[in-house]
Design a protein around this ligand. Structure first.
Ligand SMILES: Nc1ncnc2c1ncn2[C@@H]1O[C@H](COP(=O)(O)OP(=O)(O)OP(=O)(O)O)[C@@H](O)[C@H]1O
Length: 656
């Protein structure tokens, strides 16, 4: 209070876009000039038409970014839509991300004091988030941004979530969210839900990433990462090359990477770990890391060129390793739920992989006394399991922009599409009251609304957003308000930008920012990479505030949400089935499997029972085949006899 906040314009015309400095799964980031304020900013531009997933994640990210208030968290100045694009204006972090810095200048990772300093800053951000009931869910080097003076900010709140009271927590954490290499085992398992300790796991993986220049298992396709994380011992700093690291560093990493989340320290406790005594002030980063770095735009261009080279060098785009590396260079480690990709990934995991698997999981295997060898068997059943997913991953019918129009305010003339290189169209402020939806859009939404009256019966979901600048509402407070049942969740499935699954906002942005809504509590949601989310189907679902403060009633989106929810449930079932299948199969052949250290679906041999059933099926198919053949023969004979009979009848009648 009392401090006059700078007012950033919500009109694309007021910004001058310069070079591209970053690219994510769903967005491109540009250095830009805010003309009226004469200030350099970063603008993240999302193409809502292309980004057919995760609209809810986008909305949440924008909302969370605008509300957080901590020096180690990237706050947004403002957001608005312009044509099909969403613009998010934020501080320009001229050093770029830790991942970009490593890829450009520190391919084998940083020195320990640098790592300690980076991690210390990130941990401060996590303590703040966790204290205020949020889980970040996507902690990784690609989301650690550095400014010219060495200051560090954790970015990317697309998957952040609010934590709920104990009653709902289990269900609310049954959500498949994050980026596979950094994802905690309990998040993958979806058995008992998860909490902020999932961030501690990701933090430990990030520590390894900063130490080695890449995250463990980063070369592998998502499905394999999932199984390796679940089946192998946790990764650590145990290689020969890790000898240079201190015992306290190894110990800190080991504390974070415990599979049982209960045994991991909280962020607050971790802060007291002796390792962080090695942390220095951020000007140390400025001297040791940033000094001499070329401008971010140039580095980004070089990385893109390197990526293009990789593509050229290897025309076999299906080569999962290359794909994986390219994704990694871009800071993308998406769960790509394009069915074809999954099939390819499953098919491509072969003997060669185990060479690197041995390398990555060497320590774990040594610890377990496991030999690495593998089976060549490829299970048709597994392929069938994957094929069965096909039906589940059907496209959703909703246009993302249309859906988002329920979240963001829309100006009268906001219909055109602005390319980042062109200059602005009319933007859409997040503030209510000064925009209108175009007439066609209103008609469509009215239609949806009337449809909704007859179709909506299920529970509804709330917006997330317990982070308030001045007055943060903690999960405890929410519970004590007796509003537990108002924090029921729904989860959705979405996918990376290549896929059909998309997110639809559940509510109106202005509503979500209103005091009532905040007091109603926060919501765990998901993000735009591969994540599978689960609906909380409580019949006591809360009453959504139907009063729109923007041009579009949020309730009009409910039919779409309903349909998405249905899809999500089916998809979740499928994923669970696959995971169970993998676990069962690995359980039933645990000896072989433990010995091989192999965690690949396609290499799991069929059980004896499966073999027996398969041979029975084959026998049945054969006997059906011969019966059909016999039937055909008999039919032919019949026809011939009939013909002979009629011929005889004819000759008889002639004679007569
Ligand atoms: N404020 C900023 N200043 C400078 N560079 C930035 C800024 N924000 C993002 N970047 C760069 O752009 C990249 C992509 O941004 P961001 O991670 O927000 O996009 P995204 O689509 O959410 O990515 P992903 O989903 O892969 O994490 C970052 O990794 C970083 O290198």
């Amino acid at each position: 209070m009392g401090t006059t906040k700078k007012k950033y314009p919500v009109n694309a015309k007021d910004y001058k876009l310069y070079e591209e400095v970053g690219e994510g799964v769903s967005a491109s980031v540009y250095r830009a000039l805010c003309v009226p304020l004469n200030e350099i900013v970063a603008i993240k531009i999302l193409d809502l038409e292309k980004c057919n997933s995760d609209l809810d994640g986008i909305r949440r990210e924008v909302q969370t970014m605008s509300l957080i208030n901590h020096p180690n968290l990237l706050q947004s100045y403002c957001s608005f839509t312009s044509g099909h694009k969403l613009w998010v204006v934020m501080p320009y972090m001229s050093g770029g991300s830790c991942l970009h810095i490593m890829k450009s200048c520190f391919p084998d990772g940083f020195e320990e004091p640098v790592i300690a300093t980076f991690l210390h800053e990130v941990l401060k951000a996590l303590v703040y988030l966790h204290e205020h009931g949020h889980i970040h869910r996507d902690v990784k080097a690609g989301n650690i941004l550095v400014d010219f003076d060495g200051s560090v900010k954790l970015a990317d709140f697309g998957v952040s979530a609010c934590m709920f009271d104990a009653g709902d927590r289990q269900r609310s954490r049954n959500t498949f969210v994050g980026t596979p290499c950094w994802m905690a085992p309990e998040v993958m398992q979806q058995l008992h839900g998860y909490d902020f300790k999932a961030d501690i796991w990701s933090f430990g993986i990030t520590a390894l990433e900063l130490a080695h220049g890449h995250a463990p298992f980063s070369k592998y396709p998502p499905m394999k990462v999932l199984l390796m994380t679940l089946q192998n011992a946790p990764p650590g700093l145990d290689y020969e090359r890790d000898k240079k690291f201190s015992k306290s560093f190894k110990d800190m990493v080991a504390a974070c990477l415990v599979k049982d989340p209960k045994k991991r320290p909280s962020s607050e406790k971790l802060m007291k770990h002796p390792f962080f005594k090695h942390a220095k002030t951020v000007d140390y980063l400025q001297r040791t890391v940033l000094d001499g770095l070329s401008p971010l735009g140039d580095r980004f261009r070089m990385l893109k060129a390197k990526e293009a080279d990789l593509l050229l060098q290897n025309k076999e785009l299906e080569d999962k390793e290359h794909l994986s590396q390219q994704e990694y260079i871009r800071g993308i480690s998406a769960w790509n739920f394009n069915l074809e990709d999954i099939k390819n990934q499953a098919a491509l995991i072969n003997e060669d992989d185990d060479f690197s698997t041995v390398e990555e999981s060497k320590t774990s295997d040594q610890q377990n006394g496991i030999n690495n060898h593998h089976s060549d068997a490829k299970s048709q059943d597994n392929a069938d399991e994957i094929v069965n997913l096909e039906n589940s991953f059907a496209s959703f019918p909703i246009q993302p922009l249309q859906a988002l129009k329920g979240c963001f305010d829309i100006c009268e003339d906001d219909g055109a599409d602005v390319s980042p290189t062109e200059q602005p169209l009319v933007p859409l402020s997040l503030k209510a009251g000064d925009q209108e939806t175009d007439k066609d859009e209103i008609k469509k939404l009215e239609r949806l609304k009337s449809l909704q009256k007859t179709t909506i019966t299920g529970p509804r979901k709330y917006m997330s957003g317990s982070l308030l600048p001045d007055n943060v509402i903690s999960p405890k407070k929410l519970v004590s308000n007796g509003e537990r049942d108002h924090h029921r969740l729904k989860f959705q499935v979405d996918r990376s930008n290549s896929g059909p699954l998309q997110h639809i906002p559940r509510n109106n942005m202005a509503n979500s920012l209103s005091v009532e809504n905040v007091s109603e509590g926060a919501v765990v949601q998901k993000k735009g990479r591969f994540r599978i989310t689960e609906a909380d189907l409580s019949p006591k679902a809360p009453v959504l505030n139907p009063t729109p403060t923007l041009g579009v009633p949020a309730a009009s989106l409910l039919p779409c949400l309903q349909s998405i929810l249905q899809h999500n449930l089916v998809q979740r079932e499928e994923i669970l089935r696959l995971i169970k299948f993998a676990e069962q199969t690995s359980g039933s052949s645990s000896v072989d499997h433990a010995e091989t250290g192999n965690s690949d679906f396609s290499q799991i041999p069929p059980t004896p029972r499966e073999k027996e059933l398969q041979s029975q099926v084959i026998q049945l198919q054969q006997s059906v085949g011969s019966l059909v053949e016999e039937l055909q023969k008999q039919k032919l004979k019949n026809v011939e006899l009939e013909k002979k009979l009629s011929d005889l009848a004819k000759t008889n009648s002639i004679k007569e």
